[in-house]
Write a protein that binds this ligand. Structure first.
Ligand SMILES: C[S@@+](CC[C@H](N)C(=O)[O-])C[C@H]1O[C@@H](n2cnc3c(N)ncnc32)[C@H](O)[C@@H]1O
Length: 447
């Protein structure tokens, strides 16, 4: 009998036994895992899954993660001693990913704890004057005493009163982010973040500003201790790096001299209208990666699958960009059916697959012959129209000349019965492409 990635029986590409939600195969399973658990961010996928895929790696493995997100793949590689380059279009995630990949000594861990304690002793009654980000309706996110305390911490972290060991400011920022989001008036019950309703979580007594400042100070010191302790857990041993760039232009995004990655392990954005910028905006505003709503929308427009803020009006003006058709049977009819419910959605899905097609075509110039690719993707449903995302990825890989393309079902995604997560596998042809063959023979002939 055929089995999936985890040894579970499958028949006709689908699980032969009931496939539950398998929450250990989502980012929730990462939370307790050292640096992987620093911040609970929606883009993350399962570390468990990445470890399964890395079991096949030999000593010369060089992994590419074109959609790095929170850095699950490069961090897993780094702690297993496997080289990895990653790319992401979001500068906040690039910062976070590279911080996770940094080797810190015990001195940094101790210096970080001490710095957090010093700030905590200082900020007991914050004034209202410190800088606050220009986040739309910030008063909905935090009440005034919480906001003033967060602003005072942010200022003390950014502008130290004495010199700090390298990395301490960045690590303190992670601890700050953790408490900043925990103290926000938002819930994470669903896939995306939403404001809590009035009355959820209501405190019995109104707290004094001094009491709020003390409670947050304790929380940030605790978070700083956790982050500091996590530095010694499965630390990175291989040099891995996340590059800021666009995965539709991999040769430009990656260091020169491509053509050498032996595996791609990734989870690209899904075509489900989830905006990572929307989800990550509180972190990005506080840490200075976003200044206003316009910048947020523009960054979302650059990201594959982004439709938030002004990205929506840009999508309204978008038309197919000439990368050719999407080679999947009835793709045009699927787009037409989705567009019948909502014209913009049809365009959204069309653009998403044009972008993915562009990415897959670009992959070929940075992979080694025979390289394996594993793409974790989820299917979607728009109104009554199913979008067979996994099948379209498989078709795009085949069309681009990849071989042995297959799809495995990993888990059920939500209570909706049709929504699953899959891994699409594809292999780069092992013969050297003709253009490179010619270049090699020309250089051998001494020209
Ligand atoms: C599903 S998340 C990746 C999750 C990641 N595997 C993890 O565990 O955190 C998709 C990521 O793709 C990034 N992204 C979107 N468009 C991109 C592009 N054109 N180039 C590079 N990264 C992009 C987003 O910023 C987001 O971080």
């Amino acid at each position: 009998m055929n089995t999936d990635l985890f040894g579970h029986p499958i028949a006709n590409g689908k699980p032969a036994i009931g496939l539950g939600r398998r929450d250990h195969l989502t980012f929730r399973g990462n939370v307790a895992l050292g640096r992987h658990g620093w911040l609970r961010l929606t883009p993350a996928y399962s570390l468990h899954l990445v470890h399964e895929l890395l079991k096949q790696s030999g000593p010369d493995e060089f992994v590419l993660e074109p959609f790095s997100g929170t850095g699950t793949t490069p961090l897993a590689c780094a702690s297993l001693g496997i080289r990895c380059h990653a790319v992401d279009i979001n500068p906040f995630l690039v910062w976070l990913g590279n911080l996770k990949l940094t080797r810190f000594d015990d001195g940094t861990a101790r210096a970080m704890k001490a710095a957090a304690r010093r700030i905590s002793d200082k900020i007991r009654a914050p004034d209202a004057g410190a800088w606050k980000p220009d986040l739309h309706q910030i008063e909905k996110w935090w009440d005034a005493p919480t906001l003033h305390t967060l602003a005072a911490w942010c200022d003390a972290i950014r502008n130290p009163s004495r010199e700090r060991a390298e990395g301490v400011t960045d690590l303190l920022s992670v601890a700050f982010c953790r408490v900043m989001i925990q103290s926000a008036n938002v819930s994470f019950g669903h896939q995306s973040m939403s404001f809590k309703k009035k009355g959820d979580d209501a405190r019995l007594f109104e707290e004094s500003p001094a009491r709020v400042a003390a409670r947050l100070a304790d929380a940030i010191v605790t978070a700083a201790n956790d982050v500091s302790d996590s530095l010694s857990m499965e630390p990175p041993v291989a040099d891995c790096h996340v590059f800021l760039g666009d995965s539709r232009e991999l040769p430009t995004a990656l260091p020169k001299g491509g053509g050498h990655y032996t595996a791609v392990i990734t989870s690209p954005p899904y075509p489900n209208r989830m905006s990572y910028i929307r989800e990550l905006r509180p972190y990005m505003y506080w840490l200075g990666y976003l200044a206003d709503g316009r910048a947020a929308g523009e960054l979302d427009w650059q990201a594959i699958g982004g439709t938030w803020g002004c990205a929506t009006s840009m999508l309204n003006k978008w038309s197919p960009n000439g990368h050719g058709d999407i080679p999947f049977p009835h793709f045009d009819r699927i787009i037409h059916d989705i567009g019948k419910g909502h014209e913009l959605l049809g365009r959204y899905v069309h653009k998403y697959f044009e972008d993915i097609k562009c990415h897959i075509l670009g992959l070929k110039s940075v992979l080694a012959p025979g390289a394996r690719c594993h793409y974790i993707v989820g299917n979607s449903k728009f109104y009554d129209t199913m979008l067979p995302v996994e099948g379209i990825y498989a078709a795009l890989f085949e069309d681009a000349g990849f071989v042995n393309v297959s799809v495995e079902t990993i888990r059920k995604r939500s209570s909706k019965k049709e929504l699953y997560e899959f891994v699409v596998n594809a292999y780069m042809c092992s013969s050297i492409p003709k253009v490179r063959q010619r270049a090699t023979s020309e250089s051998n002939s001494g020209r």
